[in-house]
Design a binder for this molecule. Structure first.
Ligand code: C5P
Length: 221
């Protein structure tokens, strides 16, 4: 069968990565977590003391980074210049500053170039904010995954928030703030692509959501 590209976009905590991984597994496709790439850039910049406004330094930093996504047991492992930073890129310190770095044109240009190269052969499930609108506008299937902010906060709480000592209220606020920043930025903001299919996962399990996407994809293959 034809190996297509599946784009999954949506706000923070909608379940994109879990669902995308399940769909990729079902079809034997490669899963690409673009959020992890923006997180890796933010981590590298934090470590180097390069702030989002330091455009020249940031452009140089991002052009020299070696970011690799590798299949892992449960999550995709992320390597930054060879170092496994999978856990560190999910820390609160990194999470809260990613949108500021992701709003910088030079950062996006470089990561989008890498993402398109990874998708060139098809057979990919890519998740993020601008995949259907900008990275892969010709993807055969585009899904916009959403869920209520309360439900998204609850999921984050179970996943990592509780362990990080956060309350549900803190997570709701943090998620809403990140959505606001991602949706209001000038370059490639979080918006639904015109031809994307909306899937609200508030009352769905990840398996159910993946099943629906697999059914939609089956028709596009
Ligand atoms: O998907 P995740 O929550 O890990 O993404 C972290 C951040 O990376 C988002 O809040 C957003 O600022 C940025 N991002 C982006 N474009 C993408 C994927 C993520 O701007 N395609």
């Amino acid at each position: 069968p034809r190996r297509i590209a599946i784009a999954i976009d949506g706000p923070a905590g909608a379940g994109k990565s879990t669902v995308a991984r399940l769909v990729a597994g079902r079809f034997g496709y490669v899963y690409i977590d673009t959020g992890a790439m923006y997180r890796a850039v933010a981590l590298a910049a934090l470590r180097a003391g390069v702030e989002p406004g330091m455009t020249g330094e940031l452009e140089k930093l991002v052009s020299e980074l070696d970011i690799r996504l590798e299949p892992g047991d449960v999550v995709q492992r992320v390597r930054l210049n060879g170092e496994d930073v999978t856990d560190e890129i999910r820390s609160r310190a990194v999470t809260s500053v990613v949108p500021a770095y992701a709003a910088v044109p030079a950062v996006r240009a470089r990561l989008v170039e890498l993402q398109r190269a990874m998708a060139r052969e098809g057979g990919v499930v890519m998740d993020g904010r601008d995949i259907g609108t900008h990275v892969l506008p010709d993807a055969e299937l585009k899904v916009f995954l959403t869920a209520s902010v309360q439900e998204r906060a609850r999921r984050r709480y179970e996943e990592s928030g509780r362990a990080q000592g956060m309350t549900l209220e803190m997570l709701e606020e943090e998620i809403a703030e990140r959505d606001r920043q991602d949706a209001s930025r000038e370059i490639s903001p979080l918006v639904k692509a015109e031809d994307a299919i909306v899937l609200d996962t508030t009352t769905l399990t990840a398996e159910e959501a993946a099943e629906r996407i697999a059914a939609l994809a089956g028709r596009s293959i």
